[in-house]
Design a protein around this ligand. Structure first.
Ligand code: 13P
Length: 351
């Protein structure tokens, strides 16, 4: 009897999770990641000449969250453990302000990519210990989706099978725990852009990584309809002398995804990975313009830097710059919504 009740609750949970997953990629919107850990946020602040304190991190995030019209383009905001507990100056919890705008709050739950023992140059993402309890707390706070990022580097002799398998296994264990707790897992296996590798090498590694991730998700009994994949685009390394065109990147990225991502997944939301805001929008646009009507999943965005960077530079830690910074943030959000529709044009950047 009790078992039947548990099954019933699990089914209800899953229904809700599937609805949330679909809503995150509905209406040509996408996700905005403001889940930089304190060290990463401080690094970005230091580069922009902004003091690295909790109060500056709080006011920066308040500037983003209160951007007028943000909900027109952004379906979900990814927070960090510090941020989810913070409030606006008027005392409203960020998470309440976000929910009131009709945006779904999410939370980064991995605790970072650490050097992998026995695998020089490779990382393994940690954070599974105690995750069930942390998820319970975040759910009570109002978060409804979560994020876990695995990092795969391309270089001499890497990535190794050991690194790919360990990271895929951790992603799948995390995703299963998320669904148990009522969360949509954002599954993020990022193949890094750093290096001089070719676009073809990135294709091979990305395909292998994605196939391994989905094999593990299946083994861990993750419901694919209730998750979002957050992959890299297939790109040449940053220092590769040959940099392919927008259309070539669009073609090879979609080819890779079609080979490795089951049609049951409702949405694919790309990370930007250090591309400029303009390039990330233009490449996403090329994919949607060329393939949108023929794809089983939505092609969306879950950018951090490619949406935030101009706003961060304009804000510069000063109250008087808030409105101009918000306009810059809104602009990038609008460009990415247009890219989801295949309607992004460079002229939009001049507006
Ligand atoms: P970028 O878009 O800056 O790569 O960040 C996406 C993200 O959330 C990384 O986990």
């Amino acid at each position: 009897m009790i078992i039947d009740k548990i099954r019933e609750v699990q089914k209800m949970n899953l229904k809700e999770i599937i609805i949330t997953a679909k809503s995150l990629v509905a209406d040509d919107k996408g996700l905005l990641a403001i889940d930089e850990s304190n060290p990463t946020c401080n690094k970005r602040f230091a580069a922009a000449g902004i003091p690295q304190t909790e109060e500056f991190r709080r006011s920066y995030r308040e500037m983003i969250i209160t951007t007028p019209g943000l909900g027109e383009c952004i379906s979900g905001l990814i927070l960090y453990d510090e941020t989810i507990r913070q409030k606006k100056k008027d005392g409203t919890l960020f998470i309440k302000a976000i929910t009131d705008m009709g945006i779904v709050p999410g939370i980064k739950v991995d605790v970072g990519a650490k050097d992998m023992a026995g695998h020089p140059g490779e990382k393994i993402t940690e954070g599974l210990d105690g995750l069930r309890e942390r998820l319970r707390e975040y759910f009570q706070m109002g978060a409804r989706f979560a994020k876990w990022r695995a990092v795969i580097a391309i270089g001499k002799g890497i990535p190794s099978r050991g690194c790919i398998e360990a990271n895929a296994h951790a992603l799948a264990r995390y995703a299963a725990l998320c669904q148990e707790a009522g969360f949509v897992p954002i599954v993020e296996p990022e193949v890094l852009m750093d290096g001089n590798h070719s676009m073809e090498q990135c294709f091979e590694v990305s395909e292998e990584v994605l196939r391994t991730v989905f094999r593990q998700l299946y083994k861990q009994r993750v419901t694919l309809e209730g998750m979002i994949l957050k992959p890299n685009m297939v790109l040449p390394g940053l220092t590769c002398p040959k940099q392919e065109s927008m259309d070539e990147v669009a073609d090879i990225t979609v080819e890779c995804l079609l080979r490795a991502v089951p049609a049951a997944v409702p949405g694919i939301a790309f990370l930007s990975g250090g591309q400029s805001g303009e390039l990330a929008s233009a490449r996403l646009n090329a994919m949607n313009a060329r393939f949108k009507s023929r794809l089983p999943w939505a092609l969306a965005f879950s950018f951090a830097r490619a949406i935030q960077q101009p706003a961060l530079e304009i804000w510069h830690g000063e109250e008087t710059n808030v409105s101009a910074a918000q306009q810059a943030l809104y602009h990038r959000a609008i460009c990415n919504r247009a890219a989801r529709q295949g309607k992004y044009i460079v002229e939009l950047e001049k507006k």
